[in-house]
Design a protein around this ligand. Structure first.
Ligand SMILES: [Zn+2]
Length: 389
């Protein structure tokens, strides 16, 4: 299994990365080629695998065989523990200049091994202006064996000064059949479950795996898809909103708790707490700062989970529109075709389209400071109201 194995439905991207790996190898052996670029930008919709692509490319550049997938270089690069791969991953809304300065300093050094060193910035869309400036200098005059790999949802999300100096690779939403085949092959998921998960995830690989492997995820999704049929009166709207909120909190919790505990342990190690029984100076302040960041992250995880629910909800109304417009294509929620068809007969395509618009407006509003519960309540009420106009 080569390093490209986890890039589902991205044959074109894999081809051009592989060609670049060959060119890079030639460059390492002293043959100057135009094929090597020192800054890359991986873009693609969420779940299409842009950070996987960056990691696979890093592994292939570090592998003596161009990405065999099994040597030590490949395995450590893919796992994120290779000495010549440095990653900036953030769960904060922005990447600040100090993080990038540190990275740029590191980038100026020679690689530990005899090949390349890769600097991966997974959320290049979150760079602050000063972080962008700091990064730009290193990208403009890259150290000879340093390669920058930036990832972002779209090219437009990255500052023009940066993106104009990067070679751009665009990942597409992987086709349903490719996702289903991947689930079956990689995780031994039975074909019908794989087909369902691939459809329901709408090409988001991580989401597809969660739906295929995790019964709780499937149950939560089923609950979300019951919502359209439950919005009878004000009371049921509020109940649905509360249920969605609760499900999102429940979904976020295990990851939040695991990450919080791990970070606190790390902090205690850094400050020597536990070993000497006393916490050294600075611990209290650092712990307070950590707590603040963790609280923010917990909030965002809940919002992310709500966003996934809203996408599921939108898929339902989109199916309704598809039926209303006479489409014969497979529905995202094929297993609910009967309910979808009933709703399609009882409402107009215009109503369904307006409901979709309401859902997308709510998703956008949730990126701001609005209370998620209030936003969900308002959405449920307007989804119901549209039927009774
Ligand atoms: Zn290898």
């Amino acid at each position: 299994m080569t390093v490209w194995h986890d890039l589902v439905g991205q044959a074109d991207v894999v081809d051009s990365l592989q060609a670049s790996v060959t060119a890079a190898d030639a460059a390492l052996h002293g043959e100057l080629t135009a094929g090597m670029t020192h800054a890359w930008l991986f873009t693609g919709p969420p779940g299409s695998g842009r950070s996987n692509a960056a990691r696979a490319f890093a592994a292939a550049l570090l592998c003596e065989q161009g990405g065999c997938g099994s040597c030590l270089a490949c395995r450590t690069a893919l796992a994120g523990s290779h000495a010549d791969v440095t990653r900036v991953v953030t769960d904060q809304p922005v990447i600040r200049v100090d993080a990038i300065r540190e990275l740029v300093r590191h980038a100026a050094l020679a690689p530990a091994g005899n090949r390349w060193q890769l600097m991966i910035v997974e959320d290049a869309d979150r760079l602050t202006d000063s972080a962008t400036d700091a990064l730009l200098k290193s990208i403009e005059e890259p150290p000879p064996r340093t390669v920058w790999l930036l990832c972002a949802p779209t090219v437009e999300d990255v500052a023009p000064t940066i993106r104009s100096r990067c070679r751009s690779l665009v990942l597409r939403t992987p086709p349903t059949a490719a996702v289903a085949a991947y689930l079956t092959e990689r995780d031994n998921v039975p074909a019908p479950v794989a087909a369902f998960a691939a459809r329901a995830s709408q090409g988001h690989i991580g989401r597809a795996r969660a739906l295929a492997l995790n019964e709780a995820s499937r149950n939560r999704r089923r609950e979300v898809l019951r919502v359209p049929g439950q919005l009878k009166d004000l009371g049921s709207c509020l109940t649905c909103a509360a249920n969605l909120m609760e499900a999102a909190t429940e979904e976020a919790q295990p990851r939040v708790e695991a990450l919080d505990a791990e970070e606190l342990r790390d902090l205690e190690t850094v400050y020597g707490a536990g070993t000497r029984g006393v916490k050294s100076t600075g611990f209290a302040a650092a712990a307070k700062e950590l707590q603040k960041n963790q609280k923010q992250r917990a909030k965002r995880f809940v919002r992310d989970a709500i966003d996934r629910s809203l996408l599921d909800l939108a898929s339902y109304y989109r199916d309704v529109v598809a039926v209303q417009l006479g489409s014969r294509a497979e529905l995202v929620n094929e297993e609910l075709r009967h309910d979808v068809a009933t709703m399609a007969r009882g409402t107009s395509a215009e109503t369904s389209t307006r409901r979709l618009a309401e859902i997308f407006a709510t998703r956008e509003a949730l990126e701001g400071e609005i209370s998620p519960l209030l936003a969900l309540e308002a959405l449920m009420i307007s989804l119901r109201g549209l039927e009774h106009e």
